[in-house]
Design a protein around this ligand. Structure first.
Ligand SMILES: [Zn+2]
Length: 70
């Protein structure tokens, strides 16, 4: 089980879309969190950072960076 060092950059237009969740679910599955309860949590500061957390393993599956300029 590994956590990528670099956050995944997501264009703001894609954030929350079906393709976005499909990608996150794919990443979670690859990281061994298949069928685990996942939760997207936003950082208070900076606000463009999010983390997809696994509630079962209590780890951040992937860190996300929302690109609002794209
Ligand atoms: Zn998990």
């Amino acid at each position: 089980m590994t956590t990528p060092d670099e956050p995944l950059t997501v264009p703001a237009a894609v954030f929350g879309s079906t393709a976005f969740w499909r990608r996150l679910n794919h990443l979670a599955r690859e990281a061994g969190h298949d069928e685990h309860p996942l939760m997207l949590v936003g950082h208070t500061e900076p606000t463009d950072r999010y983390a997809l957390r696994c509630n079962r393993c209590e780890v951040a599956v992937v860190e996300l960076l929302v690109d609002r300029d794209s």
